[in-house]
Design a binder for this molecule. Structure first.
Ligand SMILES: [Zn+2]
Length: 108
C-alpha cells in the first residue's frame, strides 16, 4: 500500500486529495479546529511525498511554520501594512507578507 511511485497520475490523485483535505479542514474548523490542523498536516505530507506544490488558493490557508489552519479573525490576523497584506499566525506568531492585489494578477 505504501508505494512511493511518482507519476503524473499519482500527482493528480495527490492534488485531489489535498483539495479534499482543505475542504474538510474548512468544514471541521467550526466544531473541531484541531482536526483542521491535522488535515493541513496530512495535505502537506501528501504534497511533500509527491513533490508537488499546494495550490495557490490553499497556500494562504495554513501556517508554513506550524501547519495551523488559518482563519482570519480566529487563528490568524490580517492587516494591511505599507502596501502589503500581513497575515500573522496566532498560534506561533509567524508573519507572512503578500503584496496587495496579487490575487487578481494571478487569475485566482
Ligand atoms: Zn503558525
Amino acid at each position: 500500500m505504501r508505494e512511493r511511485s511518482r507519476t503524473p497520475q499519482t500527482k493528480k490523485i495527490a492534488r485531489e486529495r489535498i483539495a479534499i483535505l482543505f475542504f474538510l479542514a474548512r468544514a471541521a474548523f467550526a466544531t473541531h479546529p484541531e482536526l483542521s490542523n491535522r488535515y493541513v498536516e496530512l495535505a502537506r505530507r501528501i504534497a511533500m511525498r509527491q513533490r508537488i506544490r499546494i495550490d495557490r488558493g490553499f497556500r494562504r490557508e495554513f501556517c508554513r511554520r506550524c501547519s495551523s489552519f488559518l482563519v482570519p479573525g480566529s487563528t490568524s490576523r490580517v492587516r494591511v501594512q505599507g502596501g502589503n497584506v500581513v497575515v500573522t499566525c496566532l498560534c506561533c506568531r509567524k508573519r507572512r507578507r503578500y503584496p496587495v492585489g496579487r490575487d487578481k494578477k494571478d487569475g485566482q
